[in-house]
Design a protein around this ligand. Sequence first.
Ligand SMILES: Cc1cc2nc3c(=O)[nH]c(=O)nc-3n(C[C@H](O)[C@H](O)[C@H](O)COP(=O)(O)OP(=O)(O)OC[C@H]3O[C@@H](n4cnc5c(N)ncnc54)[C@H](O)[C@@H]3O)c2cc1C
Ligand SMILES: C=Cc1c2[nH]c(c1C)Cc1[nH]c(c(CCC(=O)O)c1C)Cc1[nH]c(c(C)c1CCC(=O)O)Cc1[nH]c(c(C)c1C=C)C2
Length: 456
Amino acid sequence: MDVLFSEKKFNLDGPGGFQRYLDRFGGWLRTLRRLDGTLFELGPRGVRPAGAVGRNTLNMVEDLGLSAEVLPVSYSHVSSKNRYLYVNGKLHRMPSGISEILRTVPPFSRPLLFSLASEILVKRGKEDDESIYSFVSRRLGKELADIAVDSLCRGVFAGDCRNLSVRSCFPPLFNAEQKRGSLTLGLLLGSAGPLAQRSMKESWAQWSLKRGVEALPESLSDYLQRSGRAQLQKEAAVKHIQPSASGWKVHLEDGVISADHIISALPAKALSCVLPPTCQSLIQQLQDISSVTVAVVNLEYEGSVLPVKGFGHLVPSSEDKGLLGVVYDSVPFPEHNRPSGQTTRLTVMMGGAWFQEEFGAPETVTTEHLLARATESVSCHLGVTSAPGWTHVALHKDCIPQYRLGHFRTVESMRSFIKKKNLSLSLIGSSFDGVSVNDVIFSGRTAVEDLFGGGV
Ligand SMILES: Cc1cc2nc3c(=O)[nH]c(=O)nc-3n(C[C@H](O)[C@H](O)[C@H](O)COP(=O)(O)OP(=O)(O)OC[C@H]3O[C@@H](n4cnc5c(N)ncnc54)[C@H](O)[C@@H]3O)c2cc1C
Ligand SMILES: C=Cc1c2[nH]c(c1C)Cc1[nH]c(c(CCC(=O)O)c1C)Cc1[nH]c(c(C)c1CCC(=O)O)Cc1[nH]c(c(C)c1C=C)C2
């Protein structure tokens, strides 16, 4: 067994577990590269090319000279067509396509078309925000909310749809109801460079890179270093920041940096710990943005062990609270498999909003326990009887922020505090305007454009 940390119990330090990873750039984008050429993703494993935010990332990939490194997965690929739900002890393919929404497809008790047709008659909600669960059960029925939407929120936010905000987690859904189908401006904007155009022409559903997703922050930092226009500091935890006549003094463990403006990509809690006491109301609001912990277990099996082909399967909380889902990594990205011989790579994700309830405090959970739970689930859900030949267990403390009801108001209020107090501070990163890789890259670009104007 290969474990990320040598201790049996995880020893987590600091918000976001950041101290452990300060020797590298990339945050949760982390690829484990084994000497024999096999790759395992510990964080995101695929990026979506769609929309303005997706095109923006592809433009950056192209600017970094990574176009030839891209591993695209098209919509016609089996991993895009097949996603599964594990319900009542069985795998069910999620319905897609016209014929499947016309029929009753288990685990659902009536054709999805019924839900979609009756949705048209549902009146617009009156609240300025609503939980995802309430929104979907009101418009599409309780069954869809309990099974499909519960699972979807676990597979994106590792969160509970009963507590997550529809307005902040799925803005297009909320806006569609408010504006009767009008597309948000952001989805229409965003120019497409040659790589983004290729992604549209070839109908990519997601992409990765030959050297894994972490090749993106690696190339970005190499590019910035080579350009000579940026100074990058690794192993330099920000301890606190203080307003100064010209902007800020940023205090590190072993030095101080002067800054006229700070674009902070720190997780909300980490930022709240370094702000000066004069920002008390901002500190309080940052602390209100909670995050969940996810255990990520990578498994490698000899041979082709999967009974089905697809992206993976999700497990609704009614089936198993602690087990969020299993990604069948070998299917979308066989290029990352061991070059010699047939193997199957899987990733089991556990915990999220249910971590404490199911596993106890992250500090006390053992790698053995997480590994046993993951391998038992693979054997029970997928009928894999052999033991994995290689395993890796990682505990990502506070890795996915939870946009709870009213999140939009908190973010608005933080930005208006910053404006009112004339603070030269921009808030970017996953705590505020979207958790996907595309969202956080786009939020950085938007902040820079706000400072220097468009065309950056
Ligand atoms: C298991 C998992 C799977 C995911 N899968 C996908 C996916 O398939 N597709 C997708 O689009 N997204 C996915 N995501 C989401 C996405 O990866 C993250 O939301 C995104 O990477 C967050 O980026 P960030 O830069 O905002 O934050 P982070 O990655 O958290 O980066 C914050 C950085 O700040 C540093 N830091 C913290 N405090 C300090 C301090 N005081 N001083 C200096 N540095 C500090 C940290 O060390 C870290 O490097 C996944 C996330 C996880 C955890
Ligand atoms: C089981 C847990 C998780 C899996 N992935 C994530 C978690 C918490 C994290 C994650 N997955 C996606 C995103 C980005 C969303 C975006 O806007 O691009 C994040 C933060 C992508 C994603 N994964 C699934 C869906 C439906 C999406 C949304 C975008 C898309 O349609 O591609 C489903 C899914 N995730 C996991 C599994 C096992 C699974 C389904 C079979 C793992």
